[in-house]
Design a protein around this ligand. Structure first.
Ligand SMILES: [Zn+2]
Length: 270
């Protein structure tokens, strides 16, 4: 599933091609993806223009010039947005906008993505945005100390989108390896100084991944079929059975709250 760095790269890739252009809607449609009535999406978008694309966590907010609404796109497990260059594969295309000669394509083989309208000045009013917390890149260490330290495993807390938005399995596993904390450690037992370290490592990790255009572990992301290279910098994610790059111990896989979790039993002692 694309996480904060991958979604941010999608945003950066498509921005140059989709802003300030008259929208002509060409919905190819898979009903499941649309969480607002399709006729309503069509009515609001048709003839309008996108003025800006913001991102909060894994959500993209397409601001509209002459509307109280914004269009929200969540890529789900396998959603891909393309602008400028058409997707190589033409199957699984669910949503296409014509933008004065440019196009915006949404492709999603597994169809867990979401597309809907929400009121720009009150995103929290929308059911699907109610539980979206502040973007992981925007939070302070004080905020994390206050909100993370609960009686749940630290990995579960990190992936709770209501606390901080944008961190999923990849970056939760990676940041816990970098600060040498076992993923099942109860968050409330972590010292404030450890949370400060977590905060600073997390920001560095996410920013480094954005610079490397994200991790293309199982999916292609980006407006120009561009693949990220940050997967080469990962220490633990999807590397169970391989040797730890730091100490040589065999990496182990466990389940934390049903999510596959890889860690080093020597570097990350419980
Ligand atoms: Zn190790």
């Amino acid at each position: 599933m694309p996480e904060l760095p991958e979604v941010e790269n999608v945003r950066r890739n498509i921005v140059p091609y989709v802003l300030n252009k008259k929208i002509k809607v060409n919905i190819l449609a898979d009903v499941k993806l649309f969480k607002s009535p399709r006729e309503e999406i069509e009515k609001i978008l048709e003839g309008n223009q996108f003025s800006k694309i913001d991102r909060v966590g894994k959500y993209l907010f397409f601001r509209l010039k002459d509307s109280i609404y914004s269009l929200c796109v969540h890529l789900g497990m396998s959603g891909q947005l393309y602008a400028h260059t058409a997707p190589i594969k033409e199957n699984h295309l669910h949503f296409v906008l014509d933008l004065e000669g440019q196009k915006l394509w949404y492709r999603d083989p597994r169809r867990f993505g979401k597309i809907f309208l929400f009121k720009t000045d009150n995103p929290k009013e929308h059911n699907l945005l109610k539980k979206v917390g502040p973007d992981a890149l925007s939070i302070t260490s004080e905020y994390l100390i206050k909100n993370l330290k609960k009686n749940r495993p630290i990995k579960v807390q990190l992936m709770d989108q209501a606390i901080l938005a944008g961190v999923g399995n990849i970056y939760a596993d990676e940041v816990l390896f970098r600060i040498k904390v076992h993923p099942e450690t109860k968050a409330k037992t972590l010292e404030d100084s450890k949370i400060e370290e977590l905060h600073s490592e997390l920001i560095t990790l996410l920013e480094d991944s954005i610079k490397a255009k994200g991790s293309s572990v199982t999916y292609a992301v980006g407006g120009e079929n561009e693949k990220g290279s940050f997967q080469d910098k990962l220490f633990v994610y999807r590397k169970a059975g391989q040797k730890c790059k730091v100490c040589g111990t065999k990496l182990e896989k466990i389940r934390v709250n049903q999510r596959g979790t890889t860690f080093c039993p020597s570097c990350q002692k419980q």
